[in-house]
Ligand binder design. Structure first.
Ligand code: NAI
Length: 272
């Protein structure tokens, strides 16, 4: 693996809850590749304490911020800028949560206050992070901003509930802000659409095991593990991908382009 892909780069990594989190793996790899960054998560996630261990390992600090609060994001950027000694080259939005999914509400019986909460936490927070970054002018030229998405933005996964719309909004925000930030500061904005991954957010979705195994069977390469997702994020933060902008990038072992496999044909064939 090449080294120092992110040498001299500074940034913010949201969403590291525990060692399974995609953001956790990304932080370790960003450190390995020479980046300096600040970790952040919702104040409520601090209680678990694990993120402090990660911070120690990465020689950094944790600044609590609720990503739905513009005020918290403003404070986060101000503190991070002081700690890092300059503006940012990358931002990772690795945040998702739906009260409807958590509490098992069906798509035909959604609690609309919770829908607002799902969309605010999982999608609008991405816009807020960028709008505050623009207003505070904290992004360096040729910076890179990534959000994490899922294929339920394009296709129906019944148990994904109101998170499907959240991801569709997230991807749309990446396009719109990728245009705006591109023009303003040559900053690119993309989403990575990741395979099902065994994390707290992932396994909280009803029927997760089934669609994890199904995707594993359908993908020619199998499901992309979280470490590989972290590698892709690092590549997207590096200068090797400077002209990739406004894209939803599938990172799924080929799942999204596969209609059927020989094994599935065999399984469903009438001739046994
Ligand atoms: P995770 O549960 O480790 O991370 C989700 C994070 O969101 C947690 O750290 C949580 O504290 C944070 N969060 C929730 N509400 C917040 C708020 N108000 N302010 C700030 N942070 C808040 O799970 P994972 O899988 O690493 O999730 C990261 C991203 O990857 C999410 O956007 C998720 O939807 C996405 N993703 C996950 C997949 C999976 O199967 N695990 C598949 C495709 C995308």
């Amino acid at each position: 693996m090449s080294e120092n892909l992110l040498k001299g780069k500074r940034g913010i990594i949201t969403g590291a809850l525990d060692e399974n989190s995609i953001a956790w793996k990304t932080a370790l790899k960003a450190k390995e590749q020479g980046a300096k960054f600040v970790l952040t998560n919702a104040p409520i996630a601090m209680r678990m304490g694990a993120i402090q261990d990660l911070a120690k390992e990465c020689d950094t600090i944790v600044v609590p911020a609720d990503a739905t609060s513009v005020e918290d994001i403003e404070k986060l950027y101000a503190e991070a800028k002081e700690f890092l000694g300059g503006n940012f080259d990358f931002l990772l939005h690795s945040i998702g949560m739906s009260p409807n999914v958590r509490k098992g509400r069906e798509y035909g019986d959604l609690n609309y206050d919770w829908v607002q909460k799902s969309w605010d936490v999982s999608a609008l927070s991405f816009h807020k992070m960028m709008q505050v970054a623009e207003k505070q002018d904290v992004m360096n030229e040729w910076g890179s901003i990534i959000g994490l998405s899922y294929i339920a933005a394009q296709r129906v996964y019944p148990f994904y509930s109101d998170m499907a719309e959240a991801k569709a909004i997230l991807e749309s925000i990446a396009r719109s802000y990728g245009y705006r930030f591109g023009k303003l500061k040559n900053v690119r904005v993309n989403t990575i659409s990741q395979s099902p991954t065994k994390t707290t957010a992932g396994t909280g979705i009803g029927g997760f095991d089934a669609f994890y195994n199904y995707a594993e069977a359908l993908s020619p390469l199998g499901n992309a593990p979280s470490e590989a997702c972290a590698d892709y994020i690092i590549a997207m933060f590096s200068d090797l991908t400077r002209y990739v902008n406004m894209q939803n990038l599938f990172h799924d072992g080929g799942y999204s382009c596969t209609g059927i496999t020989e094994e599935i044909v065999e399984k469903f064939s009438d001739k046994k």
